[in-house]
Write a protein that binds this ligand. Structure first.
Ligand code: HEM
Length: 254
């Protein structure tokens, strides 16, 4: 995650519309999978000054993913009149120095060990699935890069880079590959079980909080995969890749 700071000094005659413009721009930030969080603060000592803090998944995701993406037009149209009032606009990396309430908890992606951890997980999973009586027939003719695509999907879901959205067709592509497969409950349960076995095999974190969040996503996603794959299904065709967080049990960092 990187933090972008944008500092504004807005001339008196334009101050009135500034916050309203950012209310409109915020809709685009909320819709962008590359934006983790944002916050606009106004200076108490000099009310012409504002600081906008935006947390992005990475510099690249911001500059290429967001600026090249579908919601950038809406964002830029809202804030365009204030571009000339920018005094600083730069990316910063977080350091280890932070107060007890200052630092956001790491994402599930970071906690798991990043993209590499999900690659290892999916390699192990498909080795198990290919020799499984219930799953092997279903994955017999899969794309040779399938394990890598699932890893990239999971990485994005758990708070990592938006590579699946940007490079692999996003949610519509994933749904399209489940449609018509008539996945049974027994196959779904085996799929989840083998993911758990693979998680143990490759040493994904086994603390209660991580495994609870990890499992809840697999349960949710696999049940959707079953219903979307039935012959009479009419799945939602357009949606962002979901983002999954810690839920009610944040990481224990004692
Ligand atoms: C949380 C649960 C699940 C997730 C996140 C998931 C994710 C995905 C994704 C991202 C793809 C597309 C990969 C690509 O871009 O090539 C895919 C394809 C596929 N999924 Fe799932 N899936 C889930 C559950 C299941 C289950 C339960 C089954 C069957 C038991 C299943 C069977 C398949 C099959 C057969 C394909 C197509 C493989 C190919 O021919 O390339 N999925 N899945």
């Amino acid at each position: 995650m990187v933090i972008e700071y944008i500092r504004y000094r807005v001339p008196q005659d334009r101050l009135d519309g500034f916050e309203a413009a950012y209310e409109r721009a915020a809709g685009a930030l909320r819709a962008a999978p590359q934006c983790v969080d944002y916050e606009l603060s106004r200076c108490l000592d000099d009310p012409a000054c504002y600081v906008l803090r935006i947390a992005w998944t990475s510099v690249d995701e911001h500059l290429k993913g967001f600026r090249g993406g579908p919601v950038f037009g809406q964002f830029f149209a809202a804030i365009k009149p204030y571009v000339e009032d920018i005094e600083e606009m730069r990316h910063y990396a977080q350091t280890s120095v932070s107060g007890p309430g200052g630092a956001a908890p790491p994402s599930l992606y970071e906690w798991a060990g990043g993209t590499d951890a999900f690659m290892k997980l999916c390699d192990a999973f498909y080795r198990l699935a290919r020799s499984d009586d219930l799953l092997a027939p279903m994955f017999a003719s899969m794309d040779p890069d399938h394990a890598r695509y699932i890893a990239v999907w999971l990485a994005e879901v758990f708070g990592g880079p938006t590579t699946y959205t940007v490079e692999h067709g996003g949610y519509p592509h994933m749904v399209g590959l489940h449609v018509g497969r008539a996945i049974s409950e027994a196959q779904r349960r085996r799929w989840v079980n083998l993911m758990m076995d693979a998680a143990d095999e490759v040493g994904l974190p086994d603390d209660p909080e991580f495994r609870a969040a990890f499992t809840s996503y697999l349960e949710w996603g696999s049940r959707l995969a079953v219903s979307n794959s039935q012959p009479d299904a009419n799945p939602i065709q357009q949606a962002p890749v979901p983002r999954w967080g810690w839920g009610v049990a944040p990481p224990y960092q004692g």
